[in-house]
Design a protein around this ligand. Structure first.
Ligand code: CUA
Length: 153
């Protein structure tokens, strides 16, 4: 074996080891959860736990809204959300049963919503239109019917 072959072999093996150590460390440090899911909730008591006891949309500033939403088989609560164009919307999400997805077409929103975890996402809606909201995690027989809209006008 040539010396440079040995060097490359050593380097690639070393890289694999570094990646393994790094991912292993990340999993341990973050407790195997997705990084944004730092707040937890009892998934059995979503209806009794603030703010999810009152899901809905609330104006919190001049162009700022808060949407508290629960996801459950096979729907989003609240169903239809309407905000003026130019609004910044802070979503606070949780699931009442299984893992769902929260994907909003024409935005970068694409999140996993897990039972027991609170997912927070902020998005500014500049362009008026109907934004399709989809569940993109397979959650059962009604998965493909799980959708709603966000209207920006
Ligand atoms: Cu909820 Cu798929």
């Amino acid at each position: 074996m040539h010396l440079d072959e040995k060097i490359w072999l050593f380097l690639s093996f070393g890289m694999i080891m570094i990646f393994m150590i790094f991912t292993g460390y990340q999993a341990l440090a973050l407790g195997y959860g997705p990084p944004s899911h730092k707040e937890t909730i009892d998934p059995q008591k979503v209806d009794q736990t603030a703010p999810f006891n009152e899901p809905g949309i609330k104006q919190i500033g001049e162009n700022e809204y808060e949407v508290v939403m629960t996801l459950q088989i096979f729907s989003f609560t609240p169903m239809d959300i309407e905000v003026p164009a130019g609004s910044t919307v802070h979503f606070t999400l949780t699931s009442k049963d299984v893992v769902h997805g929260f994907q909003v077409a024409d935005t970068n929103i694409n999140a996993m919503v897990m039972p027991g975890h609170i997912q927070k996402i902020t998005q500014k809606f500049d362009e008026p239109g109907e934004y399709l909201v989809l569940c993109n995690e397979y959650c059962g027989a009604g998965h493909q019917a799980m959708s709603t809209t966000i209207t920006v006008k």
